[in-house]
Design a protein around this ligand. Sequence first.
Ligand SMILES: [Zn+2]
Length: 123
Amino acid sequence: MVDGSEPPETWNCDAIQYAEDRAVNEFKFVKNNGVFPAACFYVNGYRLWVYPTETFISTWDGKSTRAGETYCGTKRIFVGNRPPLESAFSHELAHAVEDCRDPDHEYWGADGGINEAIERARH
Ligand SMILES: [Zn+2]
């Protein structure tokens, strides 16, 4: 579902679904305690907001500049308006799938290749 004010042309339902399918498909190959293979289950119910700018000020701390932000408690993803596959969308979906257990991505490079899956989804 798309909310927010006047998302750009490239952010339509088909583009979002395409980017989501790409990410979820690549997450199947991440063996992180069985969580990533169940990506469809974990992303269910999330709502997406697209800012009208490429970056935005974090609603978390009110001062950091962000290209994307995920709130697992309320199942919300916020992203800047770069095209879906070039944006932080896939990255934020990974946070959703792991239920925000590693907000600083400490293990994304080493444990299960999450960063690699995100990059594959974008190409
Ligand atoms: Zn992140």
